[in-house]
Design a binder for this molecule. Structure first.
Ligand code: NCD
Ligand code: ZN
Length: 336
């Protein structure tokens, strides 16, 4: 039987939501990860330190103290001194930039990039990372490339700012990692696993609908080659983003896959099938720790090549359900 012990796995892009969904999503994260970068796209968005502190406390109450929430603020109107103040807050990790309207709860995101220059300058000076949801509004395949010039411009204008392209999904964006030293990326489980055919090639599966949308086989192959080849600038960020079942199984389905419950077993299986188990520790922890000089709780997770069953649904106190990836199926790996 194969087995693998991961040291302090980290999820560098996670949606923990509000209300009872937050309790479920945080508890799930706490059983697998030593820490996670928590996205601020709640309603209202997390833009201030008091809101961020309260959110961190709620997460810790559900996930336990052996889980470190690395908190982000929604970049909007913050000044240079706001950034300085944030940097001094022990929960704070990074600023998240949502170009206006790109994804769920980003309607109030940035449309005038000049307005955020003072914040970006302060971030560069203080070594505060900039995480970017890099995708233009809509997700028609050609239009996604519109965001490439924005990455290029920011990377050139702020050469010492760490800029992270969040959940990259296509080969062209991936290629930017080699062009700019200060560009990094996160990659999800679902973009390593799926293509458009899985989402909509047969029967439409709204549980695989996310932003950025899963792409073509050649995109998935390029991202797999980079990740399984051990690219040191790529970090795991699940983008697990639960929505109540009624918002997913809908004629107006929301983007977001609830991959949280299966992340480490599914990653172990995928890396194993591609002969890349020896690359998993760097992908789920070491790359991020090195890039950010991160100090995270020590937590060892052992996985074995034995079957585990995925629940068909998670029940919320409201009576709603959330449906995880691989709901009701059996995975070949489990956490010991
Ligand atoms: C995310 C969400 O639901 O918050 N949705 C998604 O499709 N990934 C938003 C995001 O990741 O930016
Ligand atoms: Zn996300």
């Amino acid at each position: 039987m194969k087995s693998l012990t991961l040291s302090s796995p980290l999820d560098m892009h996670l949606h923990l939501r509000a209300g009872s969904l937050c309790e479920t999503a945080s508890a799930v994260a706490g059983t697998q990860f030593a820490g996670a970068v928590v996205m601020p796209n709640l309603v209202p968005a997390i833009e201030t330190l008091p809101a961020m502190d309260a959110y961190a406390q709620k997460i810790t109450a559900a996930a336990g103290t052996a889980f470190r929430p690395l908190m982000t603020l929604f970049l909007n109107t913050q000044s240079a001194s706001d950034i300085e103040e944030a940097k001094a807050n022990p929960h704070f990790f990074a600023m998240k930039l949502y170009p206006a309207g790109v994804t769920t709860n980003s309607e109030n995101g940035i449309s005038n990039f000049d307005a955020i220059v003072p914040a970006l300058e302060a971030m560069q000076a203080l070594d505060v990372p900039l995480l970017i949801h890099g995708e233009s509004n809509g997700f028609v395949l050609e239009r996604e490339a519109e965001f490439l010039p924005v990455y290029r411009q920011l990377a050139k204008a702020f050469p010492r700012l760490k800029i992270v392209m969040e959940h990259i999904s296509d080969a062209r964006t991936l290629a930017l990692l080699d062009e700019f030293e200060n560009l990094y990326a996160t990659v999800t489980l679902h973009h390593l696993l799926f293509t458009l055919d899985d989402l909509a090639g047969g029967k439409l599966n709204p549980h695989l609908f996310c932003k950025p949308i899963v792409k073509l086989p050649r995109d998935r192959e390029a991202i797999r080659a980079a990740v399984f080849g051990g690219n040191a600038k790529i970090m795991f960020g699940s983008d697990s983003a639960p929505h109540p079942r009624s918002n997913k199984e809908s004629a107006a389905a929301l983007g977001g896959c609830f991959t949280g419950p299966v992340l480490l077993p599914a990653l172990a299986d995928l890396f194993d099938r591609h002969g890349a188990l020896d690359k998993l520790q760097a992908f789920v922890s070491d790359n991020a720790r090195r890039i950010y000089h991160l100090d995270v709780p020590q937590k060892n997770l052992t996985l074995v090549n034995e079957p585990s069953d995925v629940p068909a649904a998670f029940d919320l106190p409201s009576g709603e359900q959330v449906i995880p990836l691989f709901a009701g199926t059996r995975l070949p790996w489990r956490i010991v």
